[in-house]
Structure formats: structure tokens, C-alpha cells
Design a protein around this ligand. Structure first.
Ligand code: DGT
Ligand code: CA
Ligand code: CA
Length: 596
């Protein structure tokens, strides 16, 4: 039972422990580790301490400002003004800013010299288990874990067994297989911080992120940035001296490659302004798309490369403007997210490309959490932040009772909570409409985790699988189909349950699910959480011709997470979705009518 609960804890919190790259990363890591190490502390108060450290880590990771800058400017009060930071934690932050370390952390680290950050990324491995393995087998990082698995030392331990050992082996393999590719949700903010730094320096006229990041691929191998500058060598100096650069791979007068602390490399090229469009086209890729485009150029007697489109006499036909290059080749402009050679070139030639959904098309968000379950902001704070985002509506969809570890709510708690939403809606007077909802657990047998009478009170019901992931494909498909067939489910949340680089999607027949969803008017979610992105582009692409709607949701657990929506939009666009395919592009009135 305890093991089962632990597993749920690991599954549940993993997606929300992603490491966004930000100025406060070092502190976030330290606080998360302290929380991990406290997890074996038997004191009754440890639970609160753990939560305090986790909340602080979450708060810091959502800040766009460097916490030391805030401290310099506003002192201790500045730190206390951060949601989720109390007095004790503020002092810890000050200790870190002033001395470069935190004594409590270093003392604990002596006790547990464990690489929690990497070990707990493995599916089935929480902090408690990591500590157990350290105590029993001396496992402290991935290599020592691998050795213990290879020598089959884990299956003999109490509370582990053969299955856990196999699961850990799978997790290690996945982690190693992901080497070098980082989440779009980490990569894009870094790329943007680099282009901002270049613009701020005054040295560049243009700095554009290309490559897989521009195509919004769910993971990114390396960053590709192109710039225009009259002083390329100064740009190279500025770039290689950037604060997040940890090493220089190659430095030349117009091209430099560096290592970044996030664990990936970044190429920066200064391009002649007259060939910038051609360079953008080339370096955006994908390679497969480029190969096809080049074939078309050749068929027209042209030559296409990163410098431009040239005729047979080497005269420039087009080079400055990316759109113009496509036009000269007889194609409509193809959005970067579509450039994967999945049929887009043919459509561009026939002037039949879809008009992709845009972030501005979203009228609201249908999946969010508050402090009542595992969110870190209050209902009022979430509403306020959603208003700032310009949403017409926000669905509050807290977890249900089976997810004990996320403080899932029972029928009574939902009833009371909905009264609060009603009265807040009245107070908000139309500035935004909060929708009463829940993220209802789909039980192992396909039933829903709340009474029908409670479900009937809701504006929107989201359902999701949070347990028993290892079912056979037919059983899982039947389980989820049964849940949808209750007729209560408006949105199926994160339909495959995958966590990028950490947990494989569960086995499920998505086409069958799409059939059932069509029958019951259930939307399928594109969860925008950077480690989820579920459904992903390929799944969306595969079922987009069903008569179903997709819901692009943030799955926000705090007020900053609404910013994740752009990654979900990225998946939707990569799956060729248009505005009409997306449920939450509907204005409130129309949405409510459909949900009834
Ligand atoms: P990544 O970095 O693995 O996430 O994926 P990309 O697409 O950013 O690939 P990358 O960084 O190797 O190259 C950036 C772009 O440059 C790529 O999308 C297309 C272009 N490119 C690179 N190598 C070739 C090539 O051999 N042929 C052609 N046509 N284009 C290439
Ligand atoms: Ca790249
Ligand atoms: Ca590259």
C-alpha cells in the first residue's frame, strides 16, 4: 500500500518538477533536493516543511526576475512578497545570495550524497526510494544505479521485486536515450533570452531563432540562431561571454558554437542581410522539408541553398525574404511548424494549406488547479492572472479523491468549492467567467471518481488516467472508452499519459478513442505542460480528420503556467489544426451551449 502510494506520488509530481531554466535555477534545485531529503524524515511536521520547500521551488521557478536582483532592490520584504515564500525560506534565500551556500542543505547532503535531480527523473523512482537504494546498495547516481540493476541487486530488496527492477531499467534506458534533447519548454525561453541579450547589446539589427525550436518540436537537439550585424566579431564576443555559456566549442568571425548550462549547444551565425531569408529557410528545416523544396527548385532550373535561390546563370532570383522564396517556387508560404515533409509541400503548391490555429484564437483555458489540490495559487489569484491573460473563461479543474497525494477532493468538498466559485463569479461581474469543473480520475474499471450528482453540477468535466498505467492496449482502450461512454466527460485530459524523456505513453488505441469521443462529443486534450505535450503533434495529425474538437489547455498549477499554452499551440499547429478544430476557441456562450 505504501509503495503504491509512493508510486502515485512520483507519477503525480513528476510532470510538475520540470526544470525551467531561469536565473533562480540553482536555488530551485537546492530546495527540491532538500524536500527530497526531508521525505524520509519521520517527524510529523516534516510534511509541512517538505511542502514549503516544494512551493518555494515552484515559486522561484515561475519568476522571470533573478531573485538576487529582487533582493538587492527590495530586501527581505521583496522576497516575502513572492507567493509561496515565508520567513524561513526568505532567510534561506538570503543566506544563499550572501554566502553562496545554505548550511542546512550542505549538512543534509553529507548524509545523502545522492544525485536526486537525475535519479528522480526515472519513472518509478521517488526521493524515498533513492534514499533506500543509497542506504542498501550505495546507489547514488545513474551509473551506480545501472550497475545495481545489471547485477540484479534491486529485485531482492524489500519493497522492490523483479517488476520494479525492470521498470527502473526501462527508465534508465529512456533517460539515456534522451541524451542531448531538451524540452521545448526549456529551450525556447533560453533561445529568447539569447536573442533579447543580442538586441539589448545594440550590436544586431535582427536575431531570429530557427531550427527545431522555430518549428516548435517537442524536444530540441541544439539551438540555431541567425543574426544580422555590422559588427559580427563583437557579436561573437558578446555571445561567447553570455552568462549561461559554460564552454566554447568553436569560435569564428561569423559563426560560433557554445555549450549552455542547460546541457545543449547553441550555434549563432551572422548572415549577410541580402541572404537572410534564404538562411532562415535553410536553417529552420526540417532537413526532410528542405530536401523536397530543393527538388522543386531544381525542377524549375534553379539552385537553392542557404545563400539564396539562383537561376542557371547564378543570378539571384530571391534571397532576402523567406516568403518570397516559397512564392518564386510556386508555393504558398509554409508555416515553420508544418515543415516536416508530411504533405505540406503538395498543399502549398495547390494553394490548399490549412489556416493554422493561433494563440490569439484561444478564448480561455479549460484545465487548471488551485491550492485546494496540488496547485500553488488560490482561486482568486488564478482568476486574476487569467483576466490579465485576456481569457473570457477559465475552468478550475481540481483533482478528485482517489489522488490522495494531490489532496484530491471528494463530492462534499467540490460542492462547497463550487459555491465559492459562484460567489467569486458574481464579484468578478463578467470580467471573466470561472467554470466549475474537475479533473476526474478514471478508475481502473473505467468508472469516474465522483458521484453523478456532483458531475451534474459542473460546467465542465475533464477525465484522466492517473494510475494503473501498465494495462494491455485493449484493456486501457476499454477503460477509457467506458469513462467517455458515461456521457459526462467533456474533455479527455493528457490522453496518453506520457512524460517526455521519462515515461512512455500507455498503450491505447487512439483511433478507437477518437471514434468514441466523436460519438459522445468529448474533446481530446492537448496538454501544454512542457513535459507532457499530450496529445503530441503526431497523435493529433493522425486523428485530426475525425469530427472531434481538441482542447488546448495549460494544466496550470500556478499563475505563471498559463504561459505554457504556446507549447500546446505549437503541437496543434504541428498537427495541422485550424481554429475550428479547437474547443476553446469558442466564445463562452457557444462553449456553454456545447458543454450542456
Ligand atoms: P535538432 O537540433 O536536432 O532539434 O533539429 P534541427 O532541425 O534544428 O536540426 P539541426 O540543428 O541539425 O539543423 C538546423 C537546420 O539546418 C535543419 O533543420 C535543416 C538545416 N540542415 C542541417 N543539415 C542539413 C542538411 O544536411 N541538408 C539540408 N538540406 N538541411 C540541413
Ligand atoms: Ca537545432
Ligand atoms: Ca544546429
Amino acid at each position: 500500500m505504501i509503495i503504491a502510494l509512493l508510486c502515485i506520488l512520483v507519477y503525480l509530481f513528476k510532470p510538475f518538477c520540470i526544470n525551467l531554466i531561469m536565473p533562480n535555477k540553482a536555488l530551485v534545485d537546492i530546495f527540491n533536493e532538500i524536500a527530497d531529503m526531508l521525505s524520509v524524515d519521520g517527524r510529523p511536521t516534516a510534511r509541512f516543511e517538505i511542502r514549503a520547500y516544494q512551493n518555494a521551488a515552484m515559486a522561484l521557478s515561475s519568476m522571470s526576475e533573478d531573485v538576487s536582483e529582487l533582493y538587492k532592490r527590495d530586501g527581505r520584504d521583496g522576497l516575502l512578497s513572492i507567493n509561496g515564500i515565508g520567513k524561513g525560506l526568505a532567510d534561506k534565500i538570503i543566506e544563499y545570495i550572501e554566502t553562496g551556500h545554505i548550511k542546512k542543505y550542505e549538512d543534509m547532503k553529507k548524509l545523502y550524497p545522492i544525485d536526486f535531480a537525475n535519479l528522480t527523473r526515472i519513472d518509478g523512482m521517488g526521493a524515498k526510494r533513492a534514499i533506500t537504494l543509497y542506504k542498501m546498495l550505495g546507489v547514488k547516481d545513474i551509473p551506480t544505479l545501472k550497475k545495481a540493476i545489471d547485477e540484479h541487486k534491486i529485485m531482492g530488496l524489500e519493497g522492490f521485486g523483479e517488476k520494479s527492477e525492470q521498470l527502473l531499467a526501462k527508465g534508465v534506458a529512456m533517460l539515456e536515450g534522451s541524451k542531448g534533447r531538451i524540452l521545448l519548454g526549456d529551450a525556447l525561453p533560453i533561445a529568447e533570452s539569447i536573442t533579447k541579450m543580442l538586441y539589448d547589446s545594440g550590436l544586431v539589427e535582427k536575431a531570429i531563432v530557427c531550427g527545431s525550436t522555430r518549428r516548435m518540436k517537442e524536444t530540441v537537439g541544439d539551438l540555431d540562431i541567425l543574426a544580422i550585424s555590422k559588427e559580427p566579431e563583437k557579436v561573437m564576443d558578446k555571445f561567447s561571454g553570455y552568462k549561461n555559456v559554460t564552454g566554447i566549442v568553436a569560435k569564428g568571425p561569423t559563426k560560433t558554437t557554445v555549450w549552455l548550462d542547460a546541457g545543449l549547444t547553441c550555434d549563432l551565425r551572422v548572415i549577410a542581410p541580402e541572404s537572410f531569408g534564404a538562411a532562415m529557410q535553410y536553417f529552420t528545416g526540417s532537413k526532410e522539408h528542405n530536401v523536397e523544396v530543393r527538388k522543386i527548385a531544381i525542377s524549375k532550373g534553379y539552385k537553392l541553398n542557404e545563400y539564396g535561390l539562383f537561376d542557371s546563370k547564378d543570378n539571384v532570383v530571391s534571397a532576402i525574404d523567406e516568403k518570397d522564396i516559397y512564392m518564386r517556387l510556386g508555393m504558398d508560404y509554409i508555416e515553420p511548424e508544418m515543415r516536416e515533409n508530411r504533405g505540406e509541400i503538395d498543399l502549398a503548391k495547390r494553394h490548399a494549406l490549412p489556416k493554422l490555429v493561433r494563440i490569439e484564437d484561444l478564448k480561455g483555458d479549460l484545465h487548471s488547479h488551485t491550492i485546494e489540490t496540488d496547485g500553488t495559487n488560490t482561486l482568486e489569484e488564478m482568476a486574476e492572472a487569467a483576466i490579465k491573460k485576456g481569457f473570457e473563461y477559465l475552468a478550475i479543474t481540481n483533482h478528485t479523491k482517489s489522488l490522495k497525494i494531490a489532496h484530491g477532493m471528494d463530492d462534499n468538498k467540490f460542492s462547497a468549492f463550487f459555491k465559492r466559485i459562484d460567489s467569486l463569479n458574481e464579484k468578478l461581474d463578467g470580467k471573466i467567467t470561472l467554470l466549475k469543473g474537475a479533473e476526474v480520475d478514471i478508475m481502473k474499471d473505467g468508472s469516474l471518481d465522483l458521484n453523478n450528482s456532483t458531475l451534474k453540477k459542473m460546467d465542465i468535466v475533464i477525465a484522466a488516467v492517473h494510475s494503473n498505467f501498465n494495462m494491455k492496449i485493449d484493456d486501457m482502450t476499454a477503460r477509457v472508452s467506458k469513462a467517455i461512454s458515461t456521457g459526462y466527460v467533456d474533455v479527455l485530459a493528457h490522453p496518453t499519459g506520457r512524460i517526455i524523456n521519462e515515461r512512455e505513453p500507455y498503450a491505447i488505441d487512439m483511433r478507437k478513442i477518437a471514434d468514441i469521443a466523436e460519438e459522445h462529443n468529448t474533446a481530446l486534450e492537448i496538454d501544454s505542460y512542457p513535459s507532457r505535450l499530450d496529445l503530441n503533434d503526431a497523435s493529433v495529425f493522425a486523428i485530426k480528420d475525425h469530427n472531434i474538437r481538441f482542447a488546448i489547455d495549460s494544466d496550470a498549477h500556478n499563475t505563471v503556467h498559463f504561459d505554457f499554452l504556446r507549447y500546446g499551440i505549437g503541437m496543434a499547429r504541428r498537427g495541422w489544426l485550424e481554429k475550428k478544430n479547437v474547443l476553446n476557441t469558442m466564445p463562452l456562450k457557444q462553449l456553454l451551449k456545447r458543454l450542456q
